[in-house]
Design a binder for this molecule. Structure first.
Ligand SMILES: [Zn+2]
Length: 173
């Protein structure tokens, strides 16, 4: 048993994916020997998860999977006007990107040092804002699924040809 524990702890899961979790940092071992990891859920929430729970697939997300579209925390609180859409397009043009998660969910990410801008985006278009622990003083706005698609379609006409191509590519993958 002790040997098996040592063998498991020799594995570093950093960079791997387990369900919606993306493992981005190995933390110290727990009292009884199993390593803990700092993981980021596809919804943007970060949590410490034990390596054992990841390997046994006992933890596959922060728990948001079924309800994050209905979650009032990820719903927009304002109705964007045309000027808001133009403003958001400019931010996305400079700092944004989109891709698909392993599960095929569309994702929009915008990173900023100043969370003010990200909270404004959140109130206009929904999603969540989180602080990255890997890079201190850096914040990320995450938008998923139907909302991410809606956002990209809404800002599309304002974007440069290069950005439009990236979005078309993400939609077709
Ligand atoms: Zn989540």
């Amino acid at each position: 048993m002790a040997d098996a524990r040592i063998a498991w702890n020799a594995i570093d899961h950093t960079g791997e994916r387990f369900g919606q979790w993306e493992v981005f940092k190995r933390l110290g071992s727990q009292k009884w020997g199993c390593a803990k990891y700092l993981c980021r859920c596809d919804c943007g929430k970060e949590k410490e998860v034990s390596g054992r729970h990841l390997r046994l697939r006992q933890s596959l997300s922060c728990g948001c999977k079924r309800n994050h579209l209905d979650n009032p925390k990820t719903k927009p609180s304002e109705h964007p006007k045309i000027i808001d859409i133009a403003w958001a397009s400019g931010i996305y043009e400079g700092e944004g990107c989109c891709n698909k998660t392993v599960q095929g969910t569309m994702r929009v990410i915008i990173g900023q040092k100043d969370p003010y801008i990200l909270h404004k985006l959140q109130s206009l278009f929904g999603g969540s804002v989180s602080k990255t622990r890997s890079k201190s003083n850096f914040n990320v706005w995450n938008l998923y699924s139907v909302r991410a698609r809606g956002f990209l379609m809404t800002i599309f006409t304002f974007l440069s040809p290069r950005r439009k191509e990236q979005i078309k590519l993400a939609f077709s993958n």
